[in-house]
Design a protein around this ligand. Structure first.
Ligand SMILES: [Zn+2]
Length: 334
């Protein structure tokens, strides 16, 4: 199957590389709120939805108890009630129950008071939450941030942590700065430690299309100091491949160039879905022809095309959903 894409598309899509060498040239469309609590924080719709799902997955995994609310915490009034109930339980327990029973009651009390299902460690995670610090920025906003950082923090700090206008990923609507929720959150360098709920997010992020964009050890490539708080949406399975190989996005865009439509494809199989990925260099004329591979059963694959913001396109084909293979075989057997 052949399709023709306009070369304008080089500058659009989840995989565009925006850095000091490659300015943003496309437009950010379909920006939406991630969470109504943060009316200033917008992301492109797909990125916003996947971020919500990533957050939900942490809450579901860590706070299974039905009594735990979506935020993972009891409110102050509820906690006081539980303390009272627990205290009553303890005082009632002492004279009547055996040593073993008392230990059980003590455990139950601790669990109740800690406000979560599985003891101290999980409770601590459920008590923490993640703040959305900064998402989409317009060119003007990035210019203001850059200039005020120059004034307040000086040239050296600003060069390390703040991108020049039109060279910031925040202008794509695909980048988000996250911070551990606390009273004073630093807007430029929020705290997002490698532990607790922040590390839980970091662990699940690649499954939902996000990468930690500016990692330690990659400063020479990204030209940005390590930023544990800055996450970039690139889409699955690219996020998983980048994380598994410890690539910077710059390295991944370069790595993909060895895979071509007619040559070898980059294959990725997560056990449920099978992907084939390749790179197509843009033709000099205003548009580029892309040849898509066929399924083994002759059907055209589902595909997604993203520009790389450099010189071409990355094509991602979903070759087979595992279920459909099984259904296919099943039908044949009948
Ligand atoms: Zn950022």
């Amino acid at each position: 199957m052949e399709i023709l894409v306009s070369n304008e598309g080089i500058y659009e899509g989840n995989l565009i590389l925006v850095n000091s060498d490659f300015p943003l040239r496309g437009k950010s469309t379909s920006l939406i709120l991630v969470n109504e609590k943060y009316p200033q924080v917008l992301l492109q719709a797909e990125a916003a939805q996947m971020l919500r799902q990533a957050f939900r997955s942490i809450i579901d995994a860590e706070c299974k108890d039905a009594s735990v609310s979506a935020s993972g915490c009891f409110c102050e009034g509820e906690r006081t009630e539980i303390q009272k109930e627990g205290g009553y339980l303890l005082s009632y327990a002492s004279p009547i129950f055996s040593e073993i029973e008392r230990t059980e009651i003590q455990k139950e009390y601790t669990m109740l008071v800690s406000g979560c299902c599985g003891g101290r460690e999980q409770a601590d995670i459920c008590k923490e939450s993640i703040a959305l610090v900064s998402g989409y920025r317009s060119e003007k906003e990035q210019t203001d941030i850059y200039e005020s950082s120059l004034q307040e923090n000086g040239a050296e700090f600003t060069a390390k942590f703040v991108a020049l206008p039109n060279h910031s990923e925040h202008q794509t609507g695909l980048a988000i700065d996250l911070g551990l929720e606390k009273e004073n959150i630093d807007f430029i360098c929020p705290d997002f430690p490698y532990e607790g709920i922040c590390e839980k997010f970091r662990a699940v992020a690649p499954q939902y299309g996000f990468i930690e964009r500016y990692r330690k050890g990659k400063e020479n490539i990204t030209k940005i100091a390590p930023e544990p708080w800055h996450f970039r949406y690139v889409g699955f399975p690219h996020s998983a491949i980048i994380s598994e190989n410890n690539f910077a996005l710059e390295e991944y865009i370069e790595y993909l160039k060895q895979f071509s439509a007619n040559g070898e494809h980059l294959k990725y199989d997560n056990g449920r879905t099978y992907f084939e990925i390749f790179y197509v260099q843009a033709k000099k004329a205003g548009s580029t022809k892309i040849i898509l591979p066929y399924h083994t059963d002759g059907a055209a694959p589902a595909y997604e095309i993203s520009g790389n913001n450099v010189d071409g396109f990355v094509v991602t084909c979903i070759m087979h959903l595992r279920n459909s293979i099984r259904q296919h075989r099943f039908r044949k057997n009948i």
